[in-house]
Design a protein around this ligand. Structure first.
Ligand code: ZN
Length: 64
């Protein structure tokens, strides 16, 4: 007793004011939100999550 665990402080690593602009990374296949990182404001970057990337690679290697 006596020890407080406060590990969830989001304002810990934000030393730059530009971090208010966040770029969202979304999987273009399944629509899963993958990442949020500093970047252009309200910019959504489409990418492939690991699962979809793997299945896409399998499709490509198998041919159509
Ligand atoms: Zn996906």
């Amino acid at each position: 007793m006596g020890q407080q665990q406060s590990s969830n402080s989001s304002s810990d690593a934000t030393s730059e004011p530009e971090s208010a602009e966040l770029m969202y990374v979304k999987c273009s296949v399944c629509g899963k939100w993958m990442d949020v990182k500093p970047g252009h404001l309200n910019y959504i970057s489409h990418s492939l999550c690991k699962t979809c990337y793997d299945s896409e690679m399998r499709k490509l290697s198998q041919g159509s």
